[in-house]
Design a protein around this ligand. Structure first.
Ligand code: GN1
Ligand code: MG
Length: 401
């Protein structure tokens, strides 16, 4: 917890916990989300996960053995309002989404565990809370007995990730896209990222000749600019329909049950909004089929794993073949290639802009991240025929298209 995240609160109540002053500030914030009639003290607030945008904490509340384990922890997040400039819209989307999915599951229960994170209200009944500095905080229920993985170890896990995304899309396939607001205009619109890149490139914060790595990145983007409009062109032509999407279905946003090892839900719902399911499929595969993970320093050895791709698509299509059209299949290969390229482009732009969007641990962090995604894209391109053949054979197994 950093000094610059100190918050002004008058009545901090943490006499009965052993905590330093800063933790005490966080406890006071977490307290805002505990109903007034619940007297259980907060035991701990600690940093949680590896998010690149929001700050996330796990709150532990003292519980007795009779209490529902779900009540013993919750997730506290400081919303990055430079990125999500209208947090009320984010929260409104989450509420509409959650209500819809809960209703659906009540009417058509699944034969396996599936959880949806709930928004917890403040003591005043609001779905987020602003502290004295204007920072925006929200709380979300914690899915008990579950865990996430930054990289996948097995094809079974890859299939479970695919199933989770398919189930997620299935559960919102009957919620009209216009019911949800656009919480992040331009998100996953590749031509928009190319425009930002060009603008930053005209006034870079780094020396463009600084390294061979940077030159590789710049050339990589230059050679693919004309193709990068592929999904937006298909969307504008009405070939690919606007649907609701998760927006950030990387593998560590899929929760796995501790005991069964099965996926039980998807978290990080900030970017659930109208878009293309292709953005999600591409994002899920660029994340799950890179065994080294997106944070590796060994970017030169990054490769796209075809077996995991097959398992993920198998899991996804086991649910999604019910709603995918023939055109949807046609664009799957481009989606896989595009979203890894797009993320590389976003990281590279942020490097050139002086690291203003994604959190970084060192000045070259975004450059290395960009190279990881570009190497992955290159590996996808080298396996194009195999990936297309795999998609074709899975498509012919589906009776509909
Ligand atoms: C960001 O904050 P996080 O890690 O959930 C980003 C995603 C990227 C991801 C890459 C709103 O997500 O688009 O794929 O980093 N989210 C936003 O790790 O830009
Ligand atoms: Mg996210």
């Amino acid at each position: 917890m950093t000094q610059d995240s100190l918050i002004q609160i008058d009545d901090i109540q943490c006499d009965d916990v052993e905590s330093d002053e800063i933790e005490c500030e966080y406890i006071a914030i977490a307290q805002q989300f505990i109903p007034k009639n619940r007297t259980n003290p907060i035991e701990e607030v600690r940093a949680f996960g590896n998010g690149n945008i929001n700050d996330t904490f796990l709150v532990t509340v003292r519980c007795n053995t009779l209490e529902n384990p779900e009540e013993c922890h919750f997730i506290l997040q400081r919303i990055n309002t430079k990125v999500f400039q209208q947090p009320q819209r984010v929260m409104q989307n989450m509420r509409i989404f959650t209500e819809h999915v809960c209703d659906r599951l009540q009417q058509q229960p699944l034969d396996r565990r599936w959880e949806t994170p709930r928004v917890l209200h403040t003591q005043e009944g609001q779905d987020y809370w602003q502290d004295g500095t204007g920072a925006c905080w929200r709380a979300i229920s914690y899915i008990p007995d579950s865990t996430t993985f930054d990289t996948l170890q097995t094809c079974e896990q890859a299939e479970e990730v695919g199933y989770a995304l398919g189930m997620f899309h299935n559960l919102i396939s009957d919620l009209p896209p216009e019911k949800l607001a656009d919480t992040l205009p331009g998100f996953h619109i590749t031509p928009h990222y190319l425009q930002q890149y060009e603008a930053v490139l005209a006034h870079p914060k780094v020396n463009l000749a600084e390294s061979a790595e940077l030159r590789y990145g710049l050339e990589f983007v230059r050679d693919r600019q004309s193709w990068a409009t592929v999904l937006e062109t298909a969307k504008a032509a009405g070939i690919l329909p606007l649907r609701l999407m998760h927006g950030d279905p990387k593998v560590n946003n899929v929760m796995f049950d501790h005991t069964t090892g099965k996926s039980v839900g998807m978290i990080d719902l900030d970017t659930v909004k109208p878009g293309l399911v292709h953005y999600d499929i591409g994002d899920c595969l660029r994340s799950g089929c890179n065994p080294r993970g997106e944070e590796t320093e060994q970017w030169e050895s990054v490769a796209f794993d075809l077996e995991r791709c097959q398992s993920t698509l198998k899991g996804y299509l086991s649910v999604a073949q019910a709603f995918l059209t023939a055109e949807d299949y046609t664009y799957l290969y481009d989606a896989i290639r595009l979203i890894s390229f797009e993320l590389g482009l976003r990281f590279l732009t942020d490097h050139l802009a002086g690291n203003v969007y994604f959190k970084v641990k060192h000045p070259e962090h975004n450059l290395i991240r960009a190279l990881v995604q570009f190497k992955l894209t290159q590996s996808i391109e080298a396996q194009e025929q195999d990936i297309r053949a795999m998609i074709q054979s899975m498509r012919s197994l589906s009776s509909r298209v």
